[in-house]
Design a binder for this molecule. Structure first.
Ligand code: GLU
Length: 508
């Protein structure tokens, strides 16, 4: 079919914080929708009550909001095809499950957990895996092997059951994936998946997902590669319902791999190597905190940009893309089939690029709340000037503090190694003289001050290096920081004189 209106959905299960793989799925859906003037839908797939984590849905909303991936239809936004939360659509699924039974595409299975466990154990003893499928369904405890009366009697007595899909024998299922091309499966290798459980009156993922994609008029399913093995079942479900004609197109995105390229990127990799794998910081119900991109100082633009290039390639050398550019340039055809290796250094590099693109005042504004948290009172104009001096030395806004703290606080301690090396000979006495010269200056400007100080050093026969490093020690407490006379100028006369006087007292 050629849908006239593109409708895509991001369909996370609220089972914990959204992994960046999930965020990338959301981003690709968003880009695809926006490029085609389509609709981006957020559907919450919360039918697995065992895996539900409270707060996870709010987390998903907050993450998409932070990244600027605006949802058109969803739980919060509403829309013509709601509700958008599967737990609020229970009645719908039951109706469709019954339809499949009536048409002979599904059957009641009464096997108890104990029975299934015994079958599994027996198969394992033979070094085989147990599958509930067309090879053994005739021997199991289900409606295919019971009389109609017996089935009705059990249902009336409230015997718990599940509905299983009756996978037909030896059918070649063909599907087209927009990234992988043609994919073919034979139904003989597939099992009879559970579609519905009477115990909690809830559908499983497969049934709910297909029913909703159909009812919500989804035109394209863009999701992670881990769902590719489910595709033949999904195609068969469309066939069973008689919906094949309006089946969405599929695109399965490649995995995001560990930095060493071996296996799927996990939370553990992030913990081990010190990079976030979640968009926002997350505290689990047990109180365990996981780092977030936002809290680590990443800009949302940088995160979108770096995620876009994990799997998609623009076909050019260009690496920096705004969201608008991505909307224009993105295409599923340029999504790779093979996994995309996550490179933490590259991720930091992206952030640095965006930091450099921002004006000093923008960066200063982002730095202000962090200063405030430290109890530092400073005005934006001053912070802007500080930022101008140290911006190129950092990749993240929070790193500005390490590079610039001495602009906001006079040194309390002095680096003892630097003291040993620099605070000796004629230097201490010269510092007092330098202070007197500074005190007499009526102009306070970097080049002018540097000239005046150099003249004085020359008169006293002192090398610039020795004095400059000592002055840096006085002002910063160590041997770091940007251009010395830029520091002198920005700190201002009063502060420089105060720091000189303190140092002379403390160090001499
Ligand atoms: N609820 C599934 C997930 O958590 C959605 C998979 C799909 O998009 O079909 O990823």
């Amino acid at each position: 079919m050629s849908p006239d209106h593109i409708r895509v959905r991001f369909a996370p299960s609220p089972t914990g914080p959204l992994h960046i793989g999930g965020v990338r799925t959301a981003l690709f859906n968003y880009l695809f929708a926006k490029q085609h003037g389509g609709t981006f839908i957020l559907r919450i797939e919360d039918t697995d009550s065992n895996r539900f984590v409270s707060g996870a849905e709010e987390y998903i909303n907050a993450a998409l909001e932070w990244l600027g991936l605006t949802v058109d239809e969803g739980v919060k936004q509403g829309g013509p095809y709601g509700p958008y939360k599967q737990s609020e659509r229970k009645a719908i699924y039951k109706e469709y499950a019954d339809l499949l039974v009536a048409r002979g595409w599904a059957y009641y299975a009464f096997d108890t957990p104990e029975e299934l466990e015994a079958l599994r154990a027996a198969a394992e003893a033979e070094k085989e895996a147990f599958a509930y499928d067309l090879h053994n369904r005739a021997r199991l405890n289900n409606s295919l092997n019971l009389s109609e009366e017996e089935v009705q009697a059990r249902l009336q007595a409230g015997v718990p059951y599940v509905l299983r899909f009756k996978m037909p024998e030896n059918v070649e299922v063909e599907a087209r994936d927009l990234i992988r091309g043609r994919v073919v499966f034979n139904t003989n290798t597939l099992d009879d998946k559970v579609l519905y459980k009477s115990a909690d009156q809830l559908p499983t993922y497969h049934l709910a997902n297909i029913v909703d994609d159909y009812l919500m008029k989804i035109s394209h399913v863009i999701r992670g590669e881990e769902w590719l093995p489910s595709l033949p079942l999904h195609v068969m479900l469309y066939r069973a319902f008689g919906w094949e004609g309006s089946m969405p197109a599929f695109a399965h995105l490649p995995l995001i791999l560990k930095p060493n390229g071996k296996g799927k990127l996990s939370k553990r990799d992030g913990d081990k190597e010190g990079f976030p794998v979640f968009p926002l910081e997350y505290t689990s119900p047990e109180g365990e905190v996981s780092a977030g991109y936002r809290e680590s100082g990443y800009f949302p633009e940088a995160v979108n940009n770096l995620l876009a290039l994990l799997g998609w390639n623009p076909g050019t050398e260009q690496e920096l893309f705004s969201l608008e550019e991505l909307i224009k340039l993105f295409s599923l055809e340029r999504v790779n089939k093979s996994g995309a290796r996550f490179d933490p250094d590259k991720a930091r590099w992206f952030n640095q690029q965006y930091l450099m693109q921002k004006s000093d005042v923008e960066v200063a504004a982002a730095f202000m709340p962090l200063l405030d948290q430290r109890g530092v009172k400073a005005d934006l104009t001053f912070v802007e000037k500080v930022v101008a001096l140290v911006k190129e030395r950092v990749q993240f806004v929070p790193e500005l503090w390490e590079q610039a703290f001495f602009f906001f606080e006079a040194p309390v301690d002095y680096d003892s190694k630097v003291v040993q090396k620099r605070w000796k000979g004629e230097v201490p006495v010269f510092m007092e003289e330098l202070a007197r010269m500074f005190a007499a200056c009526t102009t306070w400007e970097a080049t002018f001050l540097k000239e005046k100080a150099s003249e004085l050093m020359q008169e006293r026969g002192l090398g610039f290096g020795a004095v400059a490093n000592a002055l840096r020690l006085v002002l910063t407490g160590g041997a770091f920081g940007p251009d010395l006379f830029a520091i002198v100028a920005l700190l201002g006369k009063e502060e420089v004189l105060a720091r000189l006087s303190t140092a002379v007292k403390k160090l001499s």
